[in-house]
Design a protein around this ligand. Structure first.
Ligand SMILES: *Cc1c(COP(=O)(O)O)cnc(C)c1O
Length: 380
């Protein structure tokens, strides 16, 4: 089945009790049993819920995975993966990560005796030096947030396999429409479903997808034991969102490209971070492993100081100043003070994240209006 057909149909069956074509919102905490232990596969809503089941199956199908699990937020999904580690274990992570992921690793899990190495992964040859017998996991984000760095997923998967270490990919920015890390050798895909998968800025949710049955069983155990599960109403909203994922992503990519090109040619702009530009250092790998370049664009102005960046952000009219990304409406943000404020400034500088960087989540509006808005905001 092709992607658009899967987005509309995969994982979703007409409701067995009524034939309802849309999976109902099973707003219930428990399920009546005929006799103790004799039930229809559903006992308690933390453990199983039919609306959640449909969504988990749909997401698994989109990522070409056998198993899918949904969580209350993207961070809850990442937290579940980290909970399977033990004190003394080590993780090698790419150094340009979502701020909340960095915060969870360094302020929560470091305390439990897990050691993290944050390294640039554009040069594959530098990775093995950070892997030893304690290393259990490699964690990458590609394209990365907010610098759009591209990591060669197949290349890192090869290193992970050869060292017997798991590879997890945060695929939030690309979505399964643009890349499928499991097909490239990753063991796990994590999503902030909040973003493009939900797509309408009305839900927070996370997911883990995998082909590995043992990993699936341990995450499912944690999903039920720790209990960070999403409610059925949210699952319904994401099921609805997914049906247009392919249409939305097409427009996000088209608009993202148009805006990246516009910024690239603008005299007031010093640097554009977009993997679809040939000047982007990750262009060749992005072209090989992605089916498009997405709707996230970051840039810096020639007048390179924080005040100018902040003033520019206040001038946007169609783009709204807000955290988050991946919704149908365009957003702009200042990573250094918003999404990435939880990363110490020194670490941000090391990763190349300037205080004046502006990040755009390009929506699906008409690109002419978006470009006009950017034009007046950066006019100076
Ligand atoms: C938003 C985001 C997360 C965290 O997800 P939540 O749903 O906000 O908990 C993780 N990774 C990336 C790349 C994100 O953009």
């Amino acid at each position: 089945m092709k992607f658009g057909t899967k987005a509309v149909h995969a994982g979703v069956e007409p409701d067995p009790t009524t034939g309802a074509i849309m999976t109902p919102i099973y707003q219930t905490s428990t399920y009546v049993q005929e006799a103790p232990g004799k039930h229809k596969g559903y006992e308690y809503a933390r453990t199983q819920n039919p609306t959640r089941d449909a969504l988990q199956n749909s997401l698994a199908a989109l990522e070409n995975a056998k198993y899918g699990l949904c969580f209350a937020t993207g961070m809850a999904a990442t937290d579940t993966i980290m909970k399977t580690l033990s004190p003394g274990d080590e993780v090698v992570a790419s150094n340009d990560l979502y701020g909340g992921t960095y915060r969870l690793f360094t302020t929560v899990y470091a305390k439990y005796g897990i050691k993290f190495h944050f390294i640039p992964m554009d040069n594959l040859e530098s990775i093995p030096a950070y892997i030893n017998s304690n290393t259990k996991l490699i964690w990458i984000e590609t394209p990365s947030n907010p610098l759009m760095n591209i990591i060669d997923i197949k290349g890192v998967a090869g290193i992970a396999k050869s060292k017997n270490v798991l590879l997890a990919v945060d695929n939030t920015f690309a979505t399964p429409y643009l890349q499928n890390p499991i097909d490239m050798g990753a063991d796990l895909v994590m999503h902030s479903v909040t973003k493009y998968l939900g797509g309408h800025s009305d839900t927070v949710m996370g997911a883990i997808l995998t082909n590995n049955e043992d990993l699936y069983e341990s995450y499912k155990y944690l999903q039920n034991s720790a209990g960070a599960t999403p409610g059925p109403q949210d699952c319904f909203l994401v099921l609805r969102g997914i049906k247009t994922l392919h249409l939305r992503m097409k427009q996000h990519c088209e608009n993202g490209f148009a805006i990246a090109r516009f910024l690239h040619e603008h005299p007031n702009v010093s640097k554009v971070y977009y993997p679809g530009l040939e000047s982007h250092p990750g262009f060749a790998i992005a072209k090989a492993q992605m089916r498009g370049f997405g709707g996230m664009v970051s840039f810096t102005l020639k007048d390179d100081n924080v005040e100018t960046a902040l003033k520019t952000l206040e001038k946007f009219k169609v783009f709204s100043l807000a955290e988050s990304l991946g919704g149908v409406e365009s957003l702009c943000g200042h990573p250094a003070s918003m999404t990435h404020a939880s990363i110490p400034r020194e670490e941000r500088m090391k990763a190349g994240l300037s205080d004046s960087l502006i990040r755009l989540s390009v929506g699906i509006e008409d690109s002419e209006d978006l470009i006009e808005d950017i034009k007046q905001a950066i006019a100076g």
